[in-house]
Write a protein that binds this ligand. Structure first.
Ligand code: S3P
Length: 429
């Protein structure tokens, strides 16, 4: 499946359930592993990234069983993990390596974390620095910047830390380390990033509260096991939401989608561009807001100028937002988005280069992108850069292009959405 051909769609119609939320699935395994007793997680995401987290906790001695989307996790308690006898491979997953670093910092044994080529080029100083201030001994390749990481954890001191960049991975890593400290750890961030960890931990009995952009956690309390159901992933639904906006005469309903406001900046951006996505059956599931989303193609999209305040809430939607911008009337700018350069690929460079192949005029900035829309995308041979979200965004671009598009390295979709191309084929005609 490494080369996939996509033809333009005449219609994009139907209903679908997006796969389970990746961020929440990772956290469900991590937090259940640290609880004392048996947790049951339903609608867990089965994909490569979440397999990396499961394998990591198995190596740390946690029993995880289950078929399909239902997992049973026999948590060991905060202090019950055991030293892994081998290196832990976090694959492509930044969430796995950064969150586990926080956990291992509080555990008095030696461990080594590594990952694939992409993960081994992603910045780790952002967790190594503050975890070191708490007392963990962590060293890493290339002057303590890149994986592999070697961690010797132990007794930690509480930390008061202002994160220079909004990042849920860094925030969550430090909160997990904070569970191991006596006293209160305070983490603040410049802009709100996703808050799944802050929602889940108090439900397990952790002493955690938030005040605006500050989160406080007091360690020393054992966590209770959970019974939860994971909502559908907005970031996966986003590809089909944008496809429905671009293919004329479309109508799709995405069912059971998480609409946590820290994740749905794309809906706000699309509304500024003139597209309305209807929110139906809004409800709550395991402490997270969920709904069904109905999307139809609008008369036309117009360009928008986005700046840094909105970026954390649409961080993973940047690639598909670039596709929407390529169809909008006018010149769209997305700035204050330098973090996109250190994701699974340099997503600014990747989108700029792949959109150019499809005939779009693009300007690349150090912290973002400018896209001249409405000139029409032309089918081309494009590449995923080994990045799941680039592969899926280019597939959406291809649906609304003129001519056939070939996507190279398309199997990257297995990181978060293994059935992506099947769902795409089912909804297109
Ligand atoms: C995630 C946080 C975000 C996001 C990533 C998942 C998480 O990363 O891009 O896909 O689960 O906490 P950053 O925290 O580095 O922005």
């Amino acid at each position: 499946m490494d080369r996939v051909e996509i033809r333009p769609a005449r219609h994009f119609k139907g209903e679908f359930f997006p796969p389970a939320d990746k961020s929440i699935s990772h956290r469900a395994v991590i937090l259940s592993s640290l609880a004392s007793g048996r947790s049951v997680v339903k609608n867990f995401l089965r994909a490569q990234d979440t397999e990396s987290t499961m394998n990591a906790f198995r190596r740390l001695g946690v029993g995880i069983t289950g078929e399909g989307g239902t997992l049973t996790i026999n948590g060991k308690g905060l202090h019950g993990l055991s030293e892994p006898s081998d290196v832990i491979d976090c694959g492509n997953s930044g969430t796995t390596i950064r969150l586990i670093s926080g956990v291992l910092s509080g555990n008095p044994f030696f461990s080594v974390l590594t990952g694939d080529d992409s993960l081994r080029s992603r910045p780790m100083a952002r967790v190594i620095g503050p975890l070191g201030m708490m007392g963990a001994q962590i060293s890493a390749r290339s002057d303590n910047r890149f994986p592999p990481l070697a961690i010797k954890g132990g007794a930690l001191r509480p930390l008061r830390y202002e994160m220079p960049v909004a990042s849920a991975q860094v925030k969550s890593s430090l909160l997990l380390a904070g569970l191991y400290c006596e006293g209160e750890t305070e983490i603040s961030e410049p802009t709100q990033s996703r808050d799944h960890t802050e929602r889940m931990l108090p439900a397990q009995g952790a002493d955690l509260r938030t005040e605006g952009l500050r989160v406080f956690v007091r360690g020393g309390r054992e966590l209770s096991p959970m019974e939860m159901e994971v909502p559908g992933d907005f970031s996966s639904a986003a590809f089909f939401i944008v496809a429905a906006l671009l293919v004329p005469g479309s109508e799709i309903i995405a069912r059971n989608v998480g609409i946590n406001p820290t994740r749905t900046g794309l809906l706000r951006a699309l509304s500024m561009m003139g597209a309305a996505v209807e929110i139906q059956n809004a409800r709550e599931m395991s402490g997270e807001p969920v709904a069904d989303l109905r999307c139809t193609s609008p008369a036309g999209l117009k360009a928008v100028g986005l700046t840094e305040e909105i970026i954390p809430s649409l961080i993973d939607e940047f690639p598909v937002l670039c596709i929407a911008a390529a169809h909008a009337e006018g010149f769209t700018t997305i700035r204050g988005a330098g973090e996109l350069r250190v994701k699974e690929s340099d997503r600014i460079r990747a989108m700029a280069s792949e959109l150019k192949k499809m005939g779009v005029k693009v300007e690349e900035y150090p912290d973002g992108i400018g896209i001249q829309g409405a000139a029409g995308l032309k089918g081309a041979e494009v590449d995923s850069h080994g990045d799941h979200r680039i592969a899926m965004a280019m597939a959406v671009g291809a649906l609304a292009a003129e001519g056939v598009t070939t996507i190279r390295n398309a199997s990257a979709v297995g990181i978060s959405f293994p059935s992506f191309f099947d769902t795409l084929a089912r909804l297109s005609s």
